[in-house]
Design a protein around this ligand. Structure first.
Ligand code: TF8
Length: 336
């Protein structure tokens, strides 16, 4: 009797020491996440899932506060704040971050990725890791790639149906040398601009066009100030879920693992939401009275051919080795 009590006491003590170090490694934390898009964008679903996961795994010790519609600054400004350790996280398109890491421009190459399966395999595989490994030298840690999606052109002038239709169109592009070159090469008057300024620029007629996935044209309400949408699918740009390295370095190994794993939980929910919403968004765009057109295979081939030279010109900033590597990885994914 006495012996079993002692054993029970020992077992309890043992359990306590096993359990307590785990908790001792989780501190109270508040993480702010900057986002350029609106809360009802699928990134909102991903952030909710990530938050719930973190809440469970830290027993409520962490608070995640998401900010939307560029309330904490645009993608690039937020990423710079992460680098100096004044902001915890940003979910940003890779594209504006070429100002920090030029190799990210690889994702901006026109018509590089052709479907979601390729995107997932590329980003979640070795190539995605190779790109993520470039970020710590810039004081950033990439936790996961989420989906921004295939980008389509919207404008207020005419349906874009063939190469000639781009001529002279004032198209907002991201602050990114490859998008600038692509649209200039297509004959458009390309104007780099931060995302937060796009709606007003379209509304006032300062520009005619912009390009983003259907879910963004929908949730950022560009359909209110545009008349035509053309299914160009000219690029698949990912989101990067970034955390400040100086801040991440203060996390215990367990805390780092929790955030890493919960960003993957969020990723899977976010991608599913993005793919489900895409068709709904397209329908809402049509219901709002916009004319949506597909481009014939023949005309698409001419557009692709016109921008083929962008790859060579971008090699200097991206790195020829990075482009070779992505091509090899995509060939393997395609089973070529
Ligand atoms: C763009 C991007 C943006 C996103 C968003 C701010 O066109 O696609 O929509 O980075 O998170 O600037």
């Amino acid at each position: 009797m006495k012996k079993s009590l002692v054993t029970a006491g020992l077992t309890a003590a043992l359990l306590a020491t096993v359990a307590s170090p785990a908790h001792a490694q989780i501190s109270e934390r508040t993480l702010r996440i900057a986002n350029g898009i609106a809360e009802d964008h699928p990134v909102g679903d991903g952030v909710d899932a990530m938050t719930q996961c973190v809440d469970e795994r830290t027993n409520g010790a962490w608070t995640i506060n998401a900010f939307w519609s560029s309330a904490l600054g645009d993608d690039l400004q937020s990423a710079q704040a992460l680098r100096s350790g004044t902001l915890e996280m940003v979910i940003s398109s890779s594209s504006p971050l070429v100002a920090i890491e030029p190799a990210l421009g690889v994702f901006d190459l026109p018509f590089l990725i052709s479907n979601e399966e390729e995107a997932d395999a590329l980003l979640d595989g070795e190539f995605g890791q190779y790109i993520s490994d470039m970020m710590p030298q810039h004081n950033l840690v990439n936790l996961a790639f989420w989906e921004n999606g295939f980008r389509n052109l919207s404008n207020s002038l005419r349906p874009v149906d063939e190469l000639e239709d781009f001529e002279g169109m004032r198209v907002r592009v991201m602050q990114n040398n490859i998008f600038l070159d692509t649209f200039q090469t297509l004959g458009a008057n390309a104007q780099p601009m931060a995302f937060g300024e796009v709606f007003t620029a379209l509304e006032t007629g300062a520009i005619d066009a912009q390009e983003n996935p259907y879910v963004t044209i929908d949730t950022s309400r560009f359909f209110e100030v545009q008349d035509y949408v053309s299914n160009t699918r000219h690029a698949y740009t990912p989101f990067m879920v970034l955390i400040s390295k100086p801040i991440f370095d203060t996390f215990s190994a367990e805390e780092q693992q929790i955030l890493q794993e919960c960003s993957i939980v969020g990723r899977d929910v976010q991608r599913e939401a993005s793919r489900a919403l895409s068709d709904e968004s397209l329908q809402r765009i049509k219901d709002a009275g916009l004319e949506v057109n597909d481009i014939s295979e023949e005309n698409m081939a001419k557009i692709r051919e016109a921008v083929a030279g962008v790859y060579d010109r971008a090699a200097e900033s991206i790195g020829a080795d990075v482009i070779e590597r992505v091509n090899a990885e995509l060939a393997a994914i395609r089973g070529q």
